[in-house]
Design a protein around this ligand. Structure first.
Ligand code: FAD
Ligand code: NAP
Length: 582
């Protein structure tokens, strides 16, 4: 039995309406896109599967869910007033607070009236003659728009492995990414958690406080760093807000799109003693910045070994049972998969009612009526939590039949891996845009900054098309090919390309293995996007442009034109393998 997340109210289908733009999804990307479109005077409609705004933070209501980029930076930066009026309560805000923030933004910028909730877009078809998109939903809506903008999320299509016997299990099965809104009380229950990624790391310590027995099924051990989460005092907030624009500007200049102090010195040039001191200091600060301890950690295996050794010693120091401790020690590259940030994760395994089951060599065989069977042993369970992640980056596209020129579907085009120019648009799909699509920094940057930069770029692009009377825009095939090649080439510089992560689609059997996000660094990517705007959309073909010589007006991308810290983030630095990335 799969636990249900929502029920939806009845409404009549909308047929025949015409908009300038349809936006798919009302997470942070869809909300900000709508705000910009309205600011430019375009008519727009957003369709959203969920019953409210917030996307990730609407769906992921599992216990312990919170951001891993500090709240002061994991938030919109487009409005100084918004920055000043909102007060984050903790260093890493919990899910309910981030959802409240999303709702506050929707109200403050009057977004709700243009969003149709409880509605899934199931098809988008380009009409070559009329040069517009027909959008169809699961409620029977059929509307058209010049632009179709996919804001459907990089991590919004839950991965539900098809374990044998799922239907036999008598208890509820939850997925962290579709958590029941009324919450779940595990008090006194025997609970199984499948997975040890970020969602599991956050939820396991809390579930363990309620459950009478907790069994964690681990396929790959996870690197995790303590969050050292804390309340933000009024004094802290006041001081941080006094200089908020400067913090935002510093963040935009960073490879990750968020600011933290990092050390560009190579680990291999430091003495063992200095490295130890550096790692201790960074561990005490905690969080993703731990990976910024040295500049070569994700580029030189020998350097990575030093931080991996340190982190393994930390795990062995925390977990009392030596067998469990060894099982919890990852043997892959440190930070190769998305680094986890936890509160009391490893400590949880010291509790007598918490058990770790290794399913790396002997996978989960089946669900039974009363539990999960591994290697001939049945683990009795009353409820199961699948913290099994997402069909990342392309999963939400796969769920929509997107048909471009000549009847080609996006899924067909992307069968061997996603191909998009700048991760924004794809040849054969005119006027279809993607926010934080594959081939852009997206999940390797602080996502809200990546979203804002894409939306601002799109606003300038769509505004320019109106200025010059363009009917369609589409990447030029050779530019798309060159960009895809560049994305692949840059990825090989990083050790991140070496492991089986969701960055390469390896978490789900059968998906093509391609490094999907752009790892060359946020500012370098932004610079390229800015050049494209300044040049009149170089790399794109615009059709029907009587005023094609008109210089593009830079309306919104101006704020992304920050000076790049050349010592840290230049292409030469990338070549020298010294770009710290988290
Ligand atoms: P989403 O928030 O995923 O929103 C997409 C929306 O599109 C969803 O509401 C979905 O229902 C809707 N949708 C999808 N398909 C359709 C369709 N066919 N029709 C209609 N609607 C559709 N990033 C960070 O930078 N820092 C963090 O700390 C961080 N923490 C995270 C924690 C969790 C648990 C998860 C899962 C992700 C986290 N992320 C984090 C990544 C996070 O996804 C982004 O930060 C950000 O919220 C993405 O916003 P979005 O609008 O692009 O996508
Ligand atoms: P995830 O990182 O993909 O983790 C999924 C886990 O499930 C992995 O341990 C995976 O094992 C396991 N798994 C999948 N299929 C399995 C199977 N058939 N049998 C056994 N185990 C299986 O997913 P996630 O934890 O939901 O996180 C996804 C991303 O969302 C994160 O990387 C992060 O970007 C974001 N996120 C952020 C936060 C935060 O701290 N703010 C919290 C949650 C999510 P393998 O590793 O072997 O594949």
């Amino acid at each position: 039995m799969m636990a249900d997340a929502t029920t939806r109210p009845e409404r009549a289908a909308e047929v025949g309406a015409v908009f300038d733009a349809i936006v798919v999804g009302a997470g942070f990307a869809g909300m900000y896109m709508l705000h910009r479109l309205r600011g430019l005077g375009f008519s727009a409609r957003v369709f959203e599967v969920g019953g409210g705004v917030g996307g990730t933070w609407y769906w992921n209501r599992y216990p312990g869910a919170r951001c891993d980029v500090e709240s002061m930076q994991y938030s919109f930066s487009f409005s100084e007033e918004l920055d000043q009026e909102w007060n984050w309560s903790e260093k890493y805000a919990p899910q309910p607070e981030i959802l409240s923030y999303a709702n506050h933004v929707a109200d403050r910028f009057d977004l709700r009236r243009r969003i149709v909730f409880d509605t899934r877009v199931i098809a988008a078809t380009f009409n070559e003659k009329a040069k517009c998109w027909l959008i169809e939903t699961d409620r029977g809506d059929r509307v058209t728009a010049k632009f179709c903008i996919m804001a459907a999320g990089c991590l919004s299509a839950p991965n539900r492995p098809k374990f044998k016997g799922l239907e036999d299990f008598r208890g509820p099965i939850y997925h962290t990414g579709e958590w029941p809104h009324q919450g779940v009380d595990f008090t006194g229950l025997r609970v199984g958690v499948i997975g040890t990624g970020s969602s599991a790391i956050q939820s396991i310590p809390i579930i363990a406080q309620q459950a009478s027995a907790l069994t964690v099924f681990q396929r790959t051990a996870t690197w995790s760093v303590p969050a050292w989460n804390e309340k933000l005092s009024p004094e802290y907030l006041q001081a941080a807000k006094a200089d908020y624009p400067a913090l935002r500007a510093k963040a935009r200049a960073r490879p990750t799109g968020f600011y933290f102090p990092f050390n560009t010195q190579p680990a291999l040039e430091a003495s063992a003693q200095d490295r130890e001191a550096q790692y201790e200091q960074a561990w005490a600060r905690g969080g993703l910045p731990f990976l910024g301890s040295y500049g070569d950690l994700l580029f030189e295996k020998a350097a990575n070994d030093t931080i991996a050794d340190f982190a393994r010693r930390k795990i062995r120091g925390i977990v009392k049972d030596p067998v469990t401790a060894e099982l919890l020690c990852p043997d892959n590259v440190f930070g190769c998969k998305r680094l986890c940030v936890d509160t009391g994760y490893f400590e949880t395994y010291n509790l007598p009612h918490v058990k770790l089951v290794d399913v790396s060599r002997t996978p989960i065989e089946r669900f039974t009526a009363d539990g999960i069977e591994v290697n001939g042993v049945e683990y009795p369970l009353d409820a199961v939590v699948c913290a099994t992640g997402f069909a990342a980056m392309t999963g939400s596209f796969d769920k929509i039949r997107i048909t471009g020129r000549n009847g080609l579907t996006l899924s067909e085009k992307w069968r061997a891996g996603p191909r998009a120019y700048l991760g924004i648009a794809s040849v054969g799909f005119p006027n279809l845009f993607m926010i934080t699509g594959p081939g852009s920094p997206s999940v390797l940057a602080s996502m809200i900054q990546a979203i804002e930069q894409h939306v601002d770029w799109l606003a300038d692009c769509i505004g320019h098309m109106r200025d010059v009377g363009a009917t369609t825009i589409e990447p030029i095939p050779s530019d798309e090919d060159a960009w895809v090649e560049h994305v692949n080439e840059v990825s090989t510089v990083s050790l991140r390309s070496t492991c089986s992560s969701w960055y390469v689609g390896a978490n789900i059997p059968g998906r093509p293995r391609v490094f999907m996000p752009y790892i060359g660094g946020f500012p370098i990517y932004v610079q390229k996007c800015n050049e494209v705007v300044s040049s009149g959309f170089d790399g794109f073909a615009l059709e029907g442009t009587p005023l094609s010589d008109a210089a593009p007006q830079v309306r919104y991308t101006e704020r992304w034109r920050v000076p790049i810290d050349i010592d840290v983030i230049s292409p030469a630095a990338v070549a020298a393998r010294r770009v710290p990335m988290v």
